[in-house]
Design a protein around this ligand. Structure first.
Ligand SMILES: [Zn+2]
Length: 392
């Protein structure tokens, strides 16, 4: 049993009530009491506070029901907004979400520069523009959460970003010098794993999200919480060695998994053997549809290397849910069945294996979801998207 002073208990109860209002979308005071186990007097006082803070609003049930129509409570989605940013190599994606986790503004830009100070300036200008744009609501733009494709330590300082070769960078401090808004820096795969759990796999307690893009990053959720490791660097599985004396990796080792199973490595191989540069996602889609033998052969080899790493991860974590995030795998028919046929070990067991539906938007959406959880001080968030929001 949790014990503590009155204010602490009140805060715990408020978080629980708010999280259930978000999850159930529209719920009566009586049902909140049943769901949370809190008595009706407590619910009544807390709801009054939340209404006063403009975080929830009341509606009357529309449907024909016998007797009095109950008053339902919903999250006031437009009370404030959060900004999630995916800072990838030469590419930045911005998602603004309302407090119900619905993306309301999406914007992606190609970066011409690799220079840290130029990118810092772009971020500052863009964040200021978003603050201005969303200032009219009760809480305005509440916070900014940035996903980094590299290691981020427990103090939210960037340790290393391989693609940019950035080491020991205080992005959060540099942004705080110029901006008057809460900033959070997180690893991209962690944010993606968080998005998968919050938006798609509500029931999953143990989830691994494997990001197969410029490298391989893995976000790990154990018992519904992000597992970050001692320094904050857990999940760098792209650098597990699958070929002794394999190709040299920029981490200092040889034969790392991401040299064979990232999309970057797959694209490099396809370009080389097809003698085609540039080679777009649309080109690859067409080659697969045409059953181009070279493309299919390379994809088959790719699936084998991918499965080798997956086999190792499965043995390490015995995961409930494995989510693969890749644009190219989405184009390849029956790819999940093909991967499963390579996972033959009698000891490596997992619950489910699927391709991510959130795809490349998972990082910035996870950033928004994490910001909502922190702002509302709720124990966890369960969000659902209206159809078509994340579809291209
Ligand atoms: Zn490596």
């Amino acid at each position: 049993m949790i014990t503590g002073d009155g204010a602490y208990i009140k805060k715990i109860n408020r978080g629980l009530i708010l999280s259930k209002i978000i999850e159930h979308k529209a719920v009566s005071r009586a049902d909140l009491s049943k769901i949370t186990g809190l008595n009706k007097a407590t619910i009544s006082v807390q709801v009054a506070d939340l209404l006063n803070d403009h975080l929830i609003y009341e509606t009357q049930q529309e449907h024909n029901v016998v007797g009095r129509r109950p008053i339902l409570l919903s999250i006031n989605r437009s009370a404030g907004y959060v900004l999630g940013i995916d800072l990838d190599y030469k590419y930045i994606q911005y998602t603004v979400s309302d407090l119900g986790g619905h993306p309301v503004d999406f914007h992606a830009v190609e970066l011409e520069t690799e220079n840290y100070h130029d990118i810092l300036k772009i971020l500052i200008d863009q964040i200021k523009a978003y603050q201005e744009k969303w200032s009219a609501s009760t809480y305005g733009l509440i916070s900014v959460t940035i996903g980094i494709h590299g290691t981020v330590n427990n103090d939210e300082r960037i340790n290393f970003v391989p693609t940019y070769q950035w080491q020991n960078i205080g992005l959060k401090e540099d942004l705080n010098k110029e901006l008057d808004i809460e900033i959070s820096i997180q690893n991209n795969a962690n944010l993606s794993a968080y998005a998968e759990r919050v938006y798609q796999y509500h029931e999953s307690n143990n989830l691994l999200c494997i990001m197969l893009f410029s490298g391989i990053g893995v976000g790990i959720m154990i018992d519904r919480k992000l597992h970050k490791g001692f320094h904050g660097y857990a999940g760098e599985m792209g650098h597990m060695i699958i070929r002794q004396d394999g190709d040299a990796c920029n981490c200092g080792n040889r034969g790392c998994w991401e040299l064979y199973s990232s999309e970057k490595s797959l694209l490099k191989k396809l370009k080389k053997h097809l003698h085609r540069t540039p080679l777009s996602y649309d080109d690859i889609r067409q080659l697969i549809e045409e059953q181009d033998p070279t493309t299919l052969e390379i994809l088959e080899e790719y699936i084998i290397d991918l499965s080798t790493g997956l086999n190792n991860i499965i043995n390490m974590y015995n995961p409930e849910t494995l989510v693969l995030t890749s644009e190219i795998l989405k184009m390849y028919p029956d790819v999940i069945e093909k991967i499963k046929s390579n996972l033959k070990s009698t000891v490596s067991e997992y619950g489910s294996l699927a391709l991510s539906e959130l795809g490349k938007k998972s990082c910035s959406m996870g950033a928004c979801a994490l910001a909502i959880q922190r702002f509302l001080e709720v124990p966890e968030v369960v969000l659902t998207l209206e159809n078509t929001v994340v579809k291209k």
